[in-house]
Design a protein around this ligand. Structure first.
Ligand code: AHR
Length: 310
């Protein structure tokens, strides 16, 4: 892994002086069960690490995140951490943070900036890999079976790294066999309500749906309601592959309503606080830290359910 320096250190804060480190954290919003677990993890870990957290919820709006980052700069926080709602459009505000000598850590989601000096590290999942895992499952599931497999796709927030990458990873795997056809693909904004609404429209417009690929569990759970209301059996009439691995999805899996779940780990708090401390101490930190994640069949999800934390 490539490493880089702290890129900051402009504030006089240091661990030895008794000064409490201050982190400004701009969260995407509260759109999903995953996000709620992520917020809790960051807040609890900051407390445990004795770090003061200035928390801001952007309600899925980039303009709110830009405002929050500017306010963190004004408040001269020690480190800024944020999970960018979309990939592009960050260069100006990140340059402002750099000029103020405040290091920035990306958590969960990436930015598509060409200037890598604008942030010191990116901690989070490999979303392309997650999409590939979903595609691998599908290919196996339909191995040796002929006939078209009609897929509908519920995409995450338009322009976000997980939506872009999960679509690309999945598409890369299924393109190897022409029987896999994505007959409809639309954003459900990573929420249950939108997932349900878009699935209702898919069900009306598409005469034959074999598989639903949802970019997250909340949209899958919303879609399940739509499928049931349409008189069909989720998991049987329409197979479902999803991403995240939250408890509610595991419950649905134990009821046979979701066929496969690709894990995306939201518990990034401890690693983030460790990074914050290292960056402020001027230590070298990896530019990219990938989260370790698995996959779940219904049997595995049912077994994991009692101990699932989120
Ligand atoms: O960035 C991670 C994604 O964002 C999760 O898959 C989703 O549930 C969340 O809203």
């Amino acid at each position: 892994l490539a490493a880089c320096g702290s890129g900051g250190g402009g504030n006089s804060a240091d661990k030895g002086s008794g000064h409490k480190l201050v982190v400004g954290f701009s969260q995407v919003g509260a759109e999903s069960g995953w996000r709620t677990a992520n917020t809790k993890s960051v807040q609890e870990s900051a407390k445990k690490a004795g770090i003061e957290l200035k928390f801001s919820d952007a309600q899925q709006k980039q303009e709110n995140q830009i405002k929050a980052i500017r306010s963190f700069i004004q408040q001269k926080v020690d480190v800024i951490a944020f999970s960018p709602v979309v990939e592009s459009g960050w260069d100006t505000v990140l340059k402002e943070a750099k000029d103020a000598k405040i290091p920035v850590i990306l958590t969960d989601r990436a930015v598509d900036s060409k200037d890598e000096s604008l942030y010191v590290s990116f901690l989070g999942s490999d979303f392309v890999e997650e999409g590939k895992k979903a595609g691998d499952w599908l290919v196996k599931e339909y191995q040796g079976k002929s006939g078209d497999v009609n897929i509908v796709e519920l995409q995450g927030t338009t322009g976000s790294a997980p939506a872009n990458d999960r679509k690309a990873g999945f598409g890369d795997v299924i393109k190897a066999d022409a029987k896999f056809k994505v007959v409809a693909s639309q954003t459900g904004d990573f929420t249950r309500a939108k997932g349900k609404e878009v699935m209702q429209a898919f069900l009306k417009a598409q005469p034959k749906i074999d598989v639903l690929y949802a970019h997250n569990d909340d949209m899958a759970l919303g879609a399940i309601q739509a499928i049931e209301e349409a008189g069909k059996k989720p998991g049987t009439d329409i197979k479902i592959v999803s991403v995240d691995g939250v408890k509610d999805a595991f419950t649905a899996m134990s009821q046979g309503k979701i066929n496969y779940d690709v894990e995306c780990n939201p518990l990034l708090g401890d690693q983030l606080m460790d990074l914050v401390k290292k960056v402020k101490a001027g230590e070298q930190v990896p530019r990219r830290i990938k989260t370790e994640e698995g996959t779940f069949t219904p049997e595995q999800a049912t077994a994991a359910l009692p101990s699932r934390q989120y």
